[in-house]
Design a protein around this ligand. Sequence first.
Ligand SMILES: [Mg+2]
Length: 489
Amino acid sequence: MANRDGEIRSPKQWQKVFVNRSLNMESIKAIGFDMDHTLCMYNSERFEELAFHETLKKFFAAGYPEALLSLKFDPSFLIRGLLVDRERGNVLKVDGHKYVKIAYHGHRKLTKAERYTHYNRDSFKAESFLSVDTLFALSEVQIFMEIVEYMERHPGEILKTYTEVYSDLRYFIDLSHRDGTIKNKVLESPETFILKDKYLAKTLLNLKDTGKSLFLLTNSNWAYTQNIMTYLLDNQIEDLPSWRDYFDWVIVGAGKPGFFMGVQPFFEVMTESGLFKYHEGALQKNAVYHGGSARLFQGITGFGGDEILYVGDHIFGDIMQSKDRLNWRTLLIIEELERELSKVDEQKSSLKEIHLLMEQRELHESEIQKIVSIMKSNSRHRDKAEEKGDTKKAQHLQKENDKLREELKESKRKVEDVDSLISNSIKDREALIHPTWGELMKVGLERSRFANQMSSFACMYTSRVSNLRYYNPNKKFTSYYEALPHDAQ
Ligand SMILES: [Mg+2]
């Protein structure tokens, strides 16, 4: 069915809101939104390419080889959810059981033996690695991998450890943010770097009209926030000429995840000058605040943790902390779903094939088991027959076992054949989505670490904020079913 704008009202698979934990929207009184990569979608390729080259310029200025300036940005080199081993110069994809399944050192893929020696032999401590939690980190981690690769190819040119290189990298990135190298370029030409979602304004208005309070909670500073939000929302709807009209409260420079942990005070931002003034008491609806904390926010507004829904893209900074410490309800934005789910959809039949092959494999395995146990029994009877001097019986049993040995070989060969069919099908499926790292949520057929975190901390997830327009703002989102192994067998 189409609505007044001629838009089809039922979401496609990659536009759905998926539910990990049931959530009745009627009990939600306030909805908070992160800005970057949540309300504001970036053209990641262009944004990350800009960050990539601007950061490399800083490396060169600090005395690193000039050759680094000609490194190429590859938007498909990395994905979210990976871990960075700063000490060894590796990037890892880990499954939900903390097993390192794929790893790269620069551009070189680590062998199974290397992964075992470095990571899988002992219990894996994910917390000692850096987690790629946001799309903003993709260029940062690629720079690291490119420099690792450069150091491998040109030994002796960069006399630093990988850890030191990473700490330089962090410093240069922070510097780029502080001196406005990147953000100024975005603001100079927002249409190049920002993807404007034509349904965003209506989606927010729809939520607001149900009587819910909306607030903006971003780590970005006032000047940047003001410019971006103006670009996204000003003059989109006649009754709401300014982006400020959508939000009851605006909190910038929030310093998440610290915002969810401490009890820092709010400062009022003098919007003309950008100066701050210490703030006490109720938050005014037409004011802008800097800093603050979730506890103070709840105290002032009177909302309980479970009456607030927070929408963000950063699994640690936005979702884990707000859910874990304050019981805020959470909606995680996973932009990648848009691309991945449309491809996974095409691959549904291949998943069925893989499961059929796995069933076949099991049949061959039990055949093998049966043969082995008959052979063992035959050997025992043959030995006894020999003891008793019954040569004829012993010879017969030996012949039988020789025949079975051939059958065993044949069954083992069948298992190998099915194994290679399975692994090729998995590889094909993964390659279609991402040739190096596969699906964001999976490693082979297992859940990835990212998927595990996501399902533990995000009540719901979707690919973009405006997907909410497909649902009644007071909908009871229900998590119907989380299959456990005994449900599927
Ligand atoms: Mg964000």
